[in-house]
Design a protein around this ligand. Sequence first.
Ligand SMILES: Nc1ncnc2c1ncn2[C@@H]1O[C@H](COP(=O)(O)OP(=O)(O)OP(=O)(O)O)[C@@H](O)[C@H]1O
Ligand SMILES: [Mg+2]
Length: 240
Amino acid sequence: MDTAVEVRELVIRRGGREVLHGISAQIQRGVITGLLGPSGSGKTTMMRAIVGVQVVRSGRVTVLGRPAGSPALRRTIGYLTQSPSVYADLTVRENVRYFASLYGIASDDADQTIRDVGLADQARQLVGTLSGGQHSRASLACALVSRPELLVLDEPTVGQDPVLRDELWKRFRQLADDGATLLVSSHVMDEANRCDRLLLIREGEIIADDTPAAVKAAAGTDDLDQAFLTLVRNRTEEGS
Ligand SMILES: Nc1ncnc2c1ncn2[C@@H]1O[C@H](COP(=O)(O)OP(=O)(O)OP(=O)(O)O)[C@@H](O)[C@H]1O
Ligand SMILES: [Mg+2]
């Protein structure tokens, strides 16, 4: 197996409380891995550790063969944070071209990325005047524009309508087909079905690491929502 990210025995404390309790996982290259779990389970924290912006209590995170946070990784990782991180007083195009320029990417490629996220009509609009869904797609364009080898996308489809969500997932698939590694967090199980692998996280522990089909088979159901609930319940019973 060709591993892009290896997480070993990762322990993280935030606000004086342990929020990741020694998790281990491997994220394969060139595929889409979904990171699923309830609100507060530790998805964003795990992503922050992979991107290298999170203080780690113990354990190890290796990204593309280097320790997470290594300067050499900066250009190879695209990170979409959960809250929009674009400049409100610039237009969509100015924002995306700015991020492109940091990586020596041509403006034509920036314009293509704007089209890819469905913002062609808003390219000249100030980001501060966009709708919520448009605003997060502007952030997504900035994460995608450098064509990074590893994309860490924290809830990239929140606030998007079903048509746009479908288009964005097709785009993610295309990027994986072209060789990129994607880690995508979500609460939505129909999106989980579109991933090659799933990491299910609950209260700072990984409770499943498998393909969607295997997760469903293990829980004895065809419904991923149901499978997740079953795994959570089994785990709770084991612990009691
Ligand atoms: N800056 C912080 N200070 C203290 N505690 C924090 C901080 N950020 C997150 N936490 C806590 O860490 C835990 C994990 O949070 P995290 O943001 O990783 O969850 P999440 O799975 O991404 O949730 P959501 O689905 O709501 O985005 C939560 O209990 C949260 O309250
Ligand atoms: Mg989060």
